[in-house]
Design a protein around this ligand. Structure first.
Ligand code: ATP
Ligand code: MG
Length: 501
């Protein structure tokens, strides 16, 4: 039987009305205030013609108003396509078209992109400044959430190909929040700092946890290491989500100082983390929980507790309580511990599928198991190690080489700002690794010394056969490295940044 739960924000406002739900730019809101503001916004959205069962897209920054709008849409039962702010107008227009959204809710700060979108599409655009002027119309507040129903659609980052709209149900978000709490626990004084975008599952899942747990979110427009460090002290933040570039900047800014005792968890996700960074965090006593997850799993799926962070350095831990992980061979057969293969995942936080992509859904989700396209292995104790994307694997003389491992080593060099590795054809070995490196400003390092540095940490066959120095590397709107573009560079096609030797 289909499961239902009472409306989360309404329930929260009944259970803990006076508790602080959100802090944004030194203004705080209780759960009751959020419920009242979101209900008002829902009435105004209804006046603007948005109604239950429809699909609406949002292009909104990290801001308290955006939170009210997202909560309003959820309470109205409007499927919300949450768009990445950093996409170009063209990319946004494509996602609007692909998702069949009836309207785009945004704000005047995106004026430039909005006027370009207007040229490319006929979608109705509703800036919040206008919505907040509207009178309130009657609307149907969802008294119950059906766990199987889709509440949000988020596009994948488009690292391996075109972005895909991932369907996320109320149940996916509920189980994701439950799984996280069953892992890191829930304390009465918990406050979760959100300086990751709320348009990504990393940020949006913090909002969902806030509703489910009754926990305060300290929200920032964007990430600034100094401001975040001050915020942790000022608001007595206990948990924070970060990606590795943010963590690197935090560790640099911390210098010799330490994070306060009450800060208990730094959830690290989004991609691989260089081992050198994890070691620095251990030295500085930063409680890093490395995670593995994706848009399709509504945030973290597996997590490594800090007590294992040295013993199991580089691991993303074990699948959370409701979740399962298997590693399979190319023939689809489960492989034993220590053997490499594709990571497949199953659990109640896994998406029911991709929007308007039935074939891809069938291809990726089989018997409830999502085939992630990521390669990895489980060690003999059941800890997951994520190696890389299947599409980026380099096979050299019959040996598997994972570009992420080589990039991690290169990033550990003090003169290296950024690094990307791909395989290039080689008559003797089939393929060999080639590295693209961005030097730190003012740093002087040449190809042969970087290669000899790599020789110290990597087996000979993994050492890049060449280094191409470049001004920057191709990254997508989520700042993820686009190795497919590097392959074009190497093949001399479609170069956007001319690499310099
Ligand atoms: P697309 O699916 O369009 O190619 P994407 O996979 O980058 O884009 P996201 O859902 O944002 O889109 O990212 C999830 C991916 O990030 C995972 O499938 C995995 O490849 C990578 N990732 C997440 N956590 C880790 C980790 N701990 N170590 C290595 N890679 C990770
Ligand atoms: Mg993906």
């Amino acid at each position: 039987m289909e499961q239902q739960m009472p409306n989360w924000l309404k329930k929260r406002a009944e259970l803990t009305p006076e508790r602080t739900a959100l802090i944004f730019e030194n203004k705080s809101y209780t759960f009751l205030q959020l419920y009242q503001s979101a209900s008002k916004a829902a009435g105004q959205l209804a006046f603007a013609g948005i109604s239950s069962g429809e699909v609406a897209a949002v292009l909104l920054p990290n801001h308290s108003d955006s939170v009210m709008i997202l909560y309003a849409l959820q309470m109205m039962g409007v499927r919300t396509v949450i768009l990445n702010n950093r996409l170009t107008a063209k990319e946004l227009a494509w996602q609007l078209e692909d998702s069949d959204a009836a309207a785009l809710i945004s704000e005047d700060s995106f004026e430039e992109k909005l006027s370009q979108i207007k040229k490319e599409s006929t979608i109705k655009i509703l800036p919040k400044e206008k919505i907040f002027q509207f009178p309130e119309a009657d609307f149907q507040l969802l008294e119950e959430y059906h766990l199987d129903e889709v509440t949000t659609v988020m596009y994948t980052s488009g690292t391996t190909g075109s972005p895909k709209g991932v369907l996320q149900t109320y149940g996916n978000h509920w189980w994701s929040a439950a799984a996280s709490a069953l892992n890191i626990g829930l304390q009465e004084n918990d406050k979760w700092l959100c300086a990751v975008p709320i348009f990504h599952i990393s940020g949006y899942s913090i909002l969902m946890r806030s509703l489910v747990y009754g926990m305060c979110v300290v929200l920032y427009r964007n990430f600034n290491e100094r401001i975040v460090l001050e915020g942790i002290e000022q608001h007595r933040v206990t948990i924070m989500s970060a990606v590795s570039t943010m963590l690197l900047r935090l560790t640099d800014a911390l210098g010799e100082t330490r994070l306060p005792e009450f800060f208990r968890c730094l959830l690290l996700g989004g991609g691989p983390a260089p081992l050198s960074l994890l070691e620095t965090c251990k030295q500085k006593g930063i409680p890093v929980y490395q995670t593995y997850g994706m848009t399709e799993t509504s945030s973290q799926f597996a997590t490594l507790a800090p007590e294992y962070s040295l013993e199991k350095l580089g691991s993303a831990g074990k699948a959370l309580f409701p979740n399962q992980i298997k590693i399979i061979s190319e023939l689809g057969i489960e492989v034993p511990a220590q053997s490499e293969g594709e990571i497949i995942v199953k659990g109640p936080n896994v998406t029911p599928g991709y929007l308007h992509r039935e074939d891809e859904t069938k291809e990726k989700i089989k018997k409830g198991w999502l085939h992630t396209g990521d390669l990895g292995y489980l060690d003999k104790d059941g800890f997951l190690y994520v190696l890389d994307r299947r599409t980026d694997l380099i096979i050299s003389g019959g040996e598997n080489i994972y570009p992420a491992e080589i990039e991690g080593v290169l990033l550990g060099h003090k003169a290296v700002e950024d690094a990307g590795v791909i395989g290039v054809a080689d008559p003797e070995w089939g393929h060999v690794p080639l590295a693209f490196v961005v030097r730190k400003a003012g740093a002087a390092i040449d190809e042969s010394s970087l290669i000899s540095y790599c020789t110290d940490s990597l087996a000979k066959y993994k050492v890049p056969k060449g280094i191409v120095f470049s001004e920057s590397l191709p990254r997508n709107a989520s700042k993820k490295l686009l190795r497919r573009k590097l392959r074009d560079w190497a093949a001399g096609q479609g170069e956007t940044h001319e690499p310099s030797k």
